[in-house]
Design a protein around this ligand. Structure first.
Ligand code: ME8
Length: 498
């Protein structure tokens, strides 16, 4: 089966921050997990480079939009490798192949009769690149997201007949209750549709930093339509020798933050229908990372630097923390104190310690060779979780999936305490018991490690290497699937004290 997961493409008007890292990490967990299951995966991320947010930031810095975009796109492009994110391609909307495909698709929307010219008059936020209707505005005509005054815009635009898609969108939501998750976001999108859809601007006349409208050389496409199309255009040129559209479209999951729901849940499927292209299968909308109760964002300036965290603690620790501490799909607070707490209690003391003591005991009591013995059945139930974890990841319920695995990690630590192998080792007559305990522990550690691999690729690889069982195929996530008798390597502390 083909599996296609995307993140939003990020604005290049500033440097990447923790919010961007968050979505990229989540998408990576899904991509890695699916690869373990043998699926053909395509994972896309990239940068959104056109429109006012970038043009205005460039003006403030006294450089051209292209210069600013080139400089910051490099920083965004450098983020996935730092996070151990395994994207298959990085799209930039300034790629000429993207622009050509945008023109092709939107020309089709035009030729299909869904576009007309009219005067636009209304409020506009240049940071959101969004036209605001009355109920989307803050006090005194400000943007409720950015807190800046809105601009009163007055210009001739090409309009997209979104209102024509009222019924098709209602049908889509009726037919596919899993089109948008979590449920609260589905309801929010549906409520927006139920209010009655208005046509929207498809182009801007005042701006030159964008993809030119092929039938009107005085206009460029409104940045949101250009940006949304990245999910589709990338497939046509990501692999130089092959058009991947047939294989991967419609996308399996678009992951987005709740700030951009309207564009993805309403404009995007409507636009695709207008171009006679199948809408994506699922949108998953996660919440905001909050710091001191406020949305963390580059324009508010209150950010934890993901690069710094990774440099000190490693990418695995950040990946674990973000998906564990903030329920994926809801808002959640982040803080360095909470991060350090999880690092120490869960990574160092629970998983890290389970791995090091298991391996150390095999060295101490059995010269590093895992004894062959019957596995302890009492661990079976706690460790037979591969299907449950897979079902949860299928729904992008990444926090629940991680919690399910973590319960097994804790069960294994309890098993060590209950069985007290150090006592068993003192009694020669109980050699068989010790074999069983060590063999079961190694197998249990291997199972949770295969399951955790998508979340913490680096640490788990080290553990599997030390266990001399490097296979991460999902079939290996079953208790009993491992080959006993391996000889173990050494393991340096996975999560050392900082
Ligand atoms: O909106 N908490 O780009 P953007 C959680 N270019 N996630 C956060 C976050 C936070 N505090 N801050 C940012 C754009 N994000 C458009 C998207 S897509 C066709 C075009 C994440 O740079 C989250 O995924 O403002 C959010 O949706 C995205 O970054 C917005 O990034």
């Amino acid at each position: 089966m083909a599996y296609y997961v995307t993140t939003p493409i990020y604005y290049v008007n500033a440097a990447p921050h923790l919010g961007h890292a968050y979505t990229t990490i989540a998408a990576d967990v899904m991509a890695r997990h699916m690869r373990q299951r043998g699926e053909e995966v395509f994972f896309l991320t990239g940068t959104d480079e056109h429109g006012e947010p970038v043009a205005q930031a460039a003006e403030r810095e006294g450089v051209t939009p292209k210069e600013l975009a080139d400089r910051n796109a490099e920083r965004f492009k450098g983020l996935p490798p730092v996070l151990e994110a395994s994207n298959d391609f990085f799209i930039r909307t300034s790629d000429p192949q993207h622009a050509a495909k945008v023109q092709e698709v939107l020309q089709r929307v035009h030729d299909n009769g869904h576009v007309y010219k009219d005067l636009y008059e209304g409020w506009y936020c240049p940071r959101c690149a969004d036209f605001k209707s009355g109920n989307e505005m803050g006090r005194d005509n400000t943007c409720p997201i950015h807190g800046i005054p809105l601009d009163w815009e007055h210009e001739d635009n090409w309009f997209f007949r979104l209102s024509e898609f009222q019924q098709p969108l209602e049908d889509l939501y009726e037919r596919r209750p899993d089109f948008v998750a979590p449920r609260a976001r589905y309801n929010e999108a549906k409520a927006f549709i139920d209010q009655g859809l208005q046509d929207v601007s498809l182009s801007r006349a005042k701006l030159s930093w964008g993809v030119p409208v092929p039938w009107d050389d005085k206009q460029v496409f409104y940045v949101w339509f250009d940006a949304l199309l990245n999910y589709y255009t990338a497939l046509s040129y990501a692999d130089a020798g092959r058009d991947l559209t047939e294989t991967f479209w419609p996308a399996t999951f678009h992951l987005i933050g709740k700030d951009i729901l309207k564009f993805h849940a309403i404009y995007w499927p409507a636009l695709l229908m207008a171009a006679q292209v199948e809408p994506p299968q699922h949108l998953f909308v996660h919440g905001f990372l909050l710091q001191e109760g406020q949305k963390m964002s580059k324009s508010l300036g209150n950010v934890i630097d993901p690069l710094q965290v990774v440099e000190t603690y490693g990418a695995d620790a950040l990946r674990h923390y973000l998906l564990r501490d903030v329920t994926f799909g809801q808002d959640g607070s982040v803080s360095t104190t909470a991060f350090e707490g999880r690092y120490e209690t869960e990574l160092a003391n629970e998983y890290g310690n389970l791995a090091s003591r298991t391996i150390a005991m095999v060295h101490r009591y059995r010269d590093g060779t895992v004894p062959r013995a019957e596995l302890d059945a009492q661990l079976g139930e706690a460790l037979m979780i591969d299907e449950r974890v897979a079902d949860l990841v299928d729904k992008a319920d990444l926090t629940a999936a991680l919690e399910t695995i973590w319960i097994a990690v804790r069960r294994l630590n309890r098993y060590v305490e209950e069985q007290a192998p150090w006592q068993v080792a003192r009694d020669e007559r109980r050699a068989g018991d010790l074999d069983r305990i060590l063999c079961s522990l190694v197998e249990g550690l291997r199972v949770v490690t295969v399951l955790l691999h998508a979340y913490m690729p680096a640490a788990t690889e080290r553990v599997l290497t030390a266990l001399d069982q490097p296979n991460t195929d999902y079939g290996q996530a079953r208790y009993g699937a491992g080959g006993g008798g391996s000889s173990l390597g050494r393991l340096e502390p996975l999560f050392p004290k900082r």
